[in-house]
Design a protein around this ligand. Structure first.
Ligand SMILES: Nc1nc2c(ncn2[C@@H]2O[C@H](COP(=O)(O)OP(=O)(O)OP(=O)(O)O)[C@@H](O)[C@H]2O)c(=O)[nH]1
Ligand SMILES: [Mg+2]
Length: 322
């Protein structure tokens, strides 16, 4: 980071980190809001906190709307707290902008930990920005790690491409479905099978558990050459049933991950992707700030020129610009 503006920003970030690392939730919330707003440079983790990067165990929970992800997360937080660890939850809502409803809903459903100072729950929204989640989530994770969290749960609503991408940044991805699921989301099955490390059939108090389990198991047989076969856990999140089994499945997967070389390769790919995406974003921003860039953009948008050629031209101009 160069120049007075960069220096000022990072010192302010530094102050916030200092306070957040000593337990200030207000400072932590401000750091994450900064990452979320996407204005200016990325939130800068102070050098003395960098050694904590990459340390957190990240659990991703994804699945169709209403499957019981938040209720399950609430129970899981309870299990994790029993071990004495602090835990952070990122609840991600990719479609709607901050709607009081969604956030309030999460607060209510994860309410049993609202007063626990060792639990931090945060909703993230992207206000429809392109690439928003893939930018904000890694930064939010970095911030949480820097202030000392070693366990983070990410809940993503839905089963679309973006959610799958986010979920797959986790060390362990839990796909939550309900009895009868097999009939309704045919289209997304393949994608979910690919990312799931653990399957949960939540609402196991309802009919159709056996069929759903059979359905999932036969799909898992298709990928039987994988080193890890995702277990299928039945839960009743609303009453706490099966949560111990889920927690055990997570621990099993975690120790598998820690032993496997594939996991380290995955981490490296993830960090590389984050690096490349940040670099492109930065260069795009800088290039678009060059004099005359607006006019070029206008010509690209009105379809009068080849976008790839103009991009190269502007890129070259950025490189020779001092
Ligand atoms: N019968 C039954 N209901 C459950 C169970 N788990 C959750 N629910 C109910 O299902 C509804 C949705 O639960 P949430 O935890 O909000 O589900 P979610 O997947 O987080 O929902 P979104 O975030 O809106 O996608 C709530 O009314 C829960 O009380 C369960 O195991 N059995
Ligand atoms: Mg939810």
């Amino acid at each position: 980071m160069t120049g007075a503006v960069g220096a000022r920003t990072s010192s302010t970030d530094g102050e916030l980190f200092e306070r957040a690392a000593h337990g200030s939730r207000a400072a932590l919330a401000r750091l994450i809001s900064r990452a979320e707003s996407g204005n200016g440079s990325p939130v800068a983790v102070p050098p003395e906190l960098l050694e904590r990067q990459g340390r957190a165990y990240v659990i991703g929970l994804t699945g169709p709307p209403g499957a019981g992800k938040s209720t399950l997360t609430d129970r899981l937080v309870g299990e994790i707290r029993k071990t004495g660890l602090d835990v952070a939850v990122l609840a991600i809502d990719p479609t709607s902008p901050y709607s009081g409803g969604a956030i309030l809903g999460d607060r209510v459903r994860m309410g049993s930990h609202a007063l626990d100072p060792h639990v931090y729950i945060r909703s993230l929204a992207t206000r429809g920005q392109l690439g928003g989640l893939s930018r904000v989530v890694p930064q939010a994770l970095r911030i949480l790690e820097a202030v000392g969290f070693t366990v983070v749960v990410i809940e993503t609503v839905g089963v679309g491409q973006v959610e799958i991408e986010v979920a797959s940044t986790a060390d362990t991805t839990v796909v939550v479905v309900n009895p009868g699921w097999g009939d309704s989301v045919q289209a997304n099955k393949a994608g979910l099978m690919e990312i799931a490390d653990v399957f949960v059939i939540n609402k196991a108090d309802r009919d159709g558990v056996r069929e759903t389990k059979r359905d999932l198991a036969s799909m898992l047989d298709l990928g039987a050459d994988r080193l890890w076969r995702p277990p299928i856990v039945e839960t009743v999140a609303s009453s706490g049933g099966g949560i111990a089994d889920l927690y055990q499945a997570l621990q099993d997967h975690r120790s598998f991950v820690e032993r496997s070389e594939e996991a380290e390769a995955k981490r490296r790919r993830r960090r590389r992707r984050e690096f490349e995406e940040s670099l492109s974003r930065y260069l795009v921003e800088r290039a678009l700030a060059l004099p005359g860039a607006e006019e070029l953009l206008e010509r690209v948008e009105s379809d009068r020129v080849d976008p790839a050629r103009v991009a190269q031209e502007l890129g070259d101009r950025l490189l020779s610009h001092r």
